[in-house]
Write a protein that binds this ligand. Structure first.
Ligand SMILES: C[S@@+](CC[C@H](N)C(=O)[O-])C[C@H]1O[C@@H](n2cnc3c(N)ncnc32)[C@H](O)[C@@H]1O
Length: 203
């Protein structure tokens, strides 16, 4: 992204983040370093379907686009109408869906998608009650293709907190493999990523 694109994105992000911390849950857009860590699971070849949850102003979306070849389908589910509108205006190559990640399966069905090769999330998990976390994680597991991967972010300062430990347990119960990346210091705040594969099918 060049500097002229960054300024409107930052303005749009801050306008919503300042009013709605309880929905956005971050003080700044993700850095390129974090975007690289989160999108390493996105296939660079072929025509994958990639879904982003909580795209905000699209810093991760840009990294997904940079990795993928023409023909890939890039979809993004954003709950804030102002941010969804901003994405539609500034990133016409992204299929922006205004909606709630908790309805992921239904939203994707509406877009004609039933299998996803990679799900990349920067959703503010710590703001969600456990039931909502479980619902979204379950929706992700159901749409992932065999061999697909799901990545999500956690902020380093939150790692020892009870809520973050509970979320980790939830991921480990929902996926056969949950790996963590090294710390990404160049982000505000410093962060790391969980990389999850092979959803566990219950019942
Ligand atoms: C921490 S911000 C991340 C923004 C951007 N992806 C980045 O990394 O800079 C979280 C984003 O998730 C969105 N969000 C929160 N709850 C959501 C939900 N249930 N479904 C979809 N998006 C949601 C917020 O509006 C916000 O854009």
């Amino acid at each position: 992204m060049n500097e002229t694109a960054v300024a409107p994105d930052l303005r749009a992000f801050m306008a919503v983040a300042l009013r709605k911390q309880g929905v956005v849950g971050a003080i700044a857009p993700s850095s390129r370093a974090l975007a690289r860590a989160l999108t390493a699971v996105v296939p660079t070849g072929g025509t994958p379907v990639v879904v982003e949850l909580g795209p905000g102003t699209g810093s991760i979306s840009e990294a997904i686009r940079a990795r993928t070849a023409p023909g890939a389908r890039l979809l993004a589910v954003e709950i804030e109408p102002g941010l969804a509108g901003h994405l539609r205006r500034t990133k016409p190559w992204l299929e922006t869906i205004h909606g709630d990640a908790a309805e992921l399966g239904e939203l994707l069905a509406g877009a004609g998608v039933d299998r996803v090769d990679a799900v990349v999330s920067t959703l503010p998990w710590s703001l969600f009650p456990g039931e909502r976390q479980a619902r979204i994680v379950g929706e992700i597991g159901r749409v992932l293709a065999p061999g697909g991967a799901f990545t999500t972010v956690t902020y380093l300062h939150a790692v020892p907190l009870a809520g973050a430990r509970a979320f980790r347990r939830r991921l480990r119960a929902a996926f056969d493999e949950v790996l963590t990346t090294g710390p990404v210091w160049w982000n505000l705040p410093p962060a790391m990523a969980y990389v999850c594969r092979r959803p566990v099918v219950h019942g």
